[in-house]
Design a protein around this ligand. Structure first.
Ligand SMILES: [Zn+2]
Length: 215
């Protein structure tokens, strides 16, 4: 249930409204009202949920994963909003999780990074873009287009530098923001192009016209 609804239930209850009145006014089932106001109902429900997860964990995990694929944006937006509204709760939750599984988490991150070392520049660009506010409201479609650009830059047989025209060997290809993030450029496919190391250093965070390219 939404936190807002929960707060409304609590407010109406403290003002003396009956369960059925609250249910009617908020258009929610009376059971939901009871669930939110009576700790024993919540306990019973979490006990049921725990047993259900024990028994049907695999199916539940599969369902959750499938739903995430089709509703990714919606789910992430909800989490973001909830996180913003309850920062302390999330901090506590993360601290607890880290205390319990810290070593495991670190090992997993390490092995993922080692196995995907060639994606480092892609992640760094994403992090810089997020910091610069350049990926606010990005769609799943655009996200996968960007991933594809980085993949092709890594794997394609021949890739030429968009600045000097030279073929760039694998492992030396830089995906560049044509208009730098620092100057308001976006982390979007039309603002990404591959350049060689030399041109990348020369261009740094200059605008295309500052290094003599007219686009
Ligand atoms: Zn070049």
């Amino acid at each position: 249930m939404e936190r807002e609804t929960l707060r409304a239930v609590e407010r109406m209850h403290s003002e003396g409204a009956t369960y059925s009145e609250i249910a009617r006014r908020l258009s929610i089932p009376p059971n939901t009202v009871r669930y939110n106001l009576l700790p024993e109902c919540r306990e019973k429900h979490s006990e049921w949920a725990r047993r259900d997860y024990e028994k049907n964990g695999d199916a539940i995990r599969k369902r959750t994963a499938a739903r995430y694929i089709t509703h990714r944006e919606e789910i992430n937006a909800k989490i973001r909003a909830d996180r913003k509204a309850n920062p302390e709760r999330y901090r506590l939750q993360e601290r607890r999780k880290y205390l319990k599984h810290g070593e495991e988490i670190k090992a997993r991150v390490r092995s993922y990074r080692t196995a995907n070392a060639n994606k480092k520049s892609e992640w760094e660009a994403k992090r810089r873009a997020a910091k610069a506010g350049a990926i606010v409201g990005i769609t799943a479609e655009r996200r996968s287009e960007i991933t594809e650009i980085y993949r092709q830059a890594r794997e394609r047989k021949t890739v030429r530098c968009y600045l000097c025209g030279e073929a760039i060997p694998k492992g030396q290809r830089n995906v560049d923001h044509i208009i730098p993030l620092s100057k308001g450029g976006e982390h979007r496919p039309s603002n990404l192009a591959v350049c060689c190391g030399k041109c990348n250093r020369r261009k740094a965070d200059k605008l295309p016209e500052e290094v003599g390219i007219l686009i």
